[in-house]
Design a protein around this ligand. Structure first.
Ligand SMILES: CC(C)(COP(=O)(O)OP(=O)(O)OC[C@H]1O[C@@H](n2cnc3c(N)ncnc32)[C@H](O)[C@@H]1OP(=O)(O)O)[C@@H](O)C(=O)NCCC(=O)NCCS
Length: 194
């Protein structure tokens, strides 16, 4: 796998999912700073006032990590590339890429949430992940209180494998229980075969 070259772009008529590039900081700043209230409960990294410099630095770091197979953070953009709709990714969470396991993460900007976009993005991430990437297992983890997130995973056909009790801390300091959903390559390809 030392010669693995990750796919870098997935296009649909409604949105493009792609790895970050230098210059993405501005669109990231607009999407996260207008979404703080929407993100803060379940995204520990959220804050109200990201600077352009830190988001441009993040975009460049994500780009470098992507090219070196350390992490696969992805942005969700309008097809014409003028607006960022959210973020997703195939996250290795410390595992080597050779394990072929990744966790799909996601956030949708506040103005686009609750319109079915998260469900469509996850459906496409699973399709992309099992047809163009070599993943054997894709996971989705969420706070048991995050009803929208759990609904997205269920609607995409991921199976609830269990609940980790009080395994993480929320940003307000309380402890959370975490649902672990997953889907395997074989079951995905079997279920979606013609
Ligand atoms: C979770 C998130 C990614 C879902 O994306 P979305 O585009 O808003 O979700 P959708 O519009 O596709 O809705 C999916 C389902 O969740 C349900 N849902 C949406 N918001 C909900 C809410 N606040 N409470 C309960 N259910 C909700 C919808 O009704 C829909 O189910 P249905 O089609 O059966 O009615 C998005 O809301 C988000 O970015 N939230 C903040 C960040 C976050 O929590 N990320 C996930 C971390 S695990």
């Amino acid at each position: 796998m030392s010669t693995f070259f990750a796919p870098d772009r997935y296009e649909t008529p409604d949105f493009t999912i792609r790895c970050y590039q230098p210059g993405d900081g501005q669109m990231s700043q607009d999407s996260v700073n207008t979404s703080y209230e929407h993100l803060r409960t379940f995204m520990p990294w959220a804050k109200p006032d990201f600077s352009l410099e830190e988001l441009e630095a993040n975009a460049r770091r994500f780009c470098g990590e992507y090219l070196s197979n350390q992490e696969f953070a992805l942005g969700i953009f309008l097809p014409d590339g003028t607006r960022k709709l959210g973020g997703t990714g195939f996250h290795l969470r410390g595992q080597p890429v050779e394990n072929l396991n990744a966790e799909v993460g996601m956030w949708i900007r506040a103005s686009e949430a609750g319109k079915g976009l998260g469900t469509r993005v996850l459906n496409h991430m699973l399709h992309w992940g099992f047809t163009a990437w070599p993943w054997v297992r894709l996971e989705w983890r969420c706070d048991t209180l995050n009803l929208a997130s759990a609904a997205v995973a269920r609607k995409a056909g991921m199976r609830l494998e269990g609940t980790l009790r009080q395994d993480e801390r929320r940003s307000d300091g309380t402890r959370r229980d975490t649902y672990v959903f997953a889907i395997l390559r074989d079951e995905y390809l079997q279920d979606t075969s013609p």
